[in-house]
Design a protein around this ligand. Structure first.
Ligand code: AMP
Ligand code: TRP
Length: 330
């Protein structure tokens, strides 16, 4: 069975963009591949953060992923597998300063830091972030890495690092990981459908995956449908986004019949919004229930994930044993 590996930063709550754009796909891949998924807390230390908040967000992300259907034995917390950092150091010594300087996410995050806080500095951690990501991938011999297009450059770098390492140490040791760009929808902000749904834009721009029904209904009800800049005869971005949500939830009956109304010029936005809210809340209800169950067994679930991290760690340790030998450490 081929290995699939992907990771997510513990950003706090998952939103429906994360779910439809990534997590839903992760859940499905478990049927076909040997999957390993990480909550990458070391990565979240690369931007200013609060220590207690990081730990809380890491567990929060773990519980939410489990509630979505990630199997506990496939899930680990990166901080419980410190071999990632050792491999990052070793790989860092086969990565050039120049190629890291060209990473667009590094530049974007650096700009963001300087804009929001004049005192802030760009850390070595932020610069080395893509090497840590390469370590996450290579340490588990991942064949496929499901990621969004924004991670393409990091994946390319991981492949280059693997290739250079293999060449330098004279052995086809590391697998060359391939990105898996599955067709996942890009979910837009309900408040500004010209932008991607994202937590960083503020509360009204994302729909929390575990939000209460009332809140979801309100957010869908007030979703922007007409931005006033759509050419005649063209569907506006906001309306498209609602149709996309219906499709992502798998409610093709409602999608198709409302689309027929739209094509006949008879679509009522209120009907589209109601169908979208009904479909979303129906999808989310079981997730909410599962999350409540998991939270009721917090200590047991936490020790289960510590245990799965320990089992996954054994694979990382095996890789490090071999790598240390290859690179000449005693
Ligand atoms: P982030 O924390 O923003 O990097 O997102 C984590 C994962 O969710 C990534 O794989 C993204 O591709 C995916 N994602 C985030 N926002 C959206 C969105 N609005 N639509 C679709 N996928 C998204
Ligand atoms: N950099 C990824 C992101 O921002 C998260 C990530 C870290 C990752 N390590 C990874 C993704 C390994 C895939 C594989 O979304």
């Amino acid at each position: 069975m081929k290995n699939v590996l992907s990771c997510i930063q513990p950003t706090g709550d998952l939103h429906i963009g994360n779910y439809f754009g990534a997590v839903q796909n992760w859940v499905r891949l478990q049927e076909t591949y040997h999957c390993t998924y990480g909550v990458v807390d070391y990565h979240s230390m690369t931007m200013p953060y609060d220590a207690a908040q990081l730990r809380e967000n890491t567990w929060k992300m773990v519980f939410q992923l489990l509630a979505c259907g990630i199997q506990p034995e496939n899930l680990f917390i990166q901080g419980l597998v410190p071999e990632h950092v050792e491999l990052c150091w070793i790989l860092g010594c086969t990565t050039s300063f120049g190629e890291l300087s060209r990473m667009t996410q590094f530049k974007d995050k650096g700009d963001l830091l300087r804009e929001t806080d004049k005192e802030a500095f760009v850390s070595l951690g932020l610069f080395a972030y893509p090497v840590l990501q390469a370590a996450d991938i290579l340490i588990y011999r991942a064949d496929y890495v499901p990621v969004g297009k924004d991670q393409e450059q990091h994946l390319e770098l991981s492949r280059n690092i693997a290739q250079r390492f293999n060449h330098q140490f004279g052995k086809e040791y590391f697998v060359h990981p391939e990105p898996l760009f599955t067709e996942t929808p890009k979910i837009l902000s309900p408040a500004d459908p010209n932008r991607k749904m994202s937590k960083s834009l503020g509360e009204k721009h994302y729909i929390n995956l575990f939000a209460e029904e009332d809140r979801i209904r309100k957010q869908i009800k007030s979703a922007v449908t007409d931005t006033g800049e759509t050419a005649a005869g063209e569907m506006s971005a906001g309306v498209k986004n609602l149709f996309e949500l219906l499709r992502a939830c798998g409610n093709m009956d409602a999608h198709d019949s409302l689309m027929a109304d739209y094509n006949a010029g008879a679509l009522k936005y209120s009907a589209l919004k109601e169908a979208t809210a009904d479909t979303l809340t129906a999808l989310i209800q079981p997730f909410r229930e599962r999350l409540a169950e998991l939270n009721a067994n917090k200590a047991a679930i936490q020790s289960q994930i510590r245990e799965s991290s320990a089992v996954i760690r054994q694979r990382a340790q095996q890789t490090l044993l071999e790598v240390r030998d290859l690179v000449g450490l005693c």
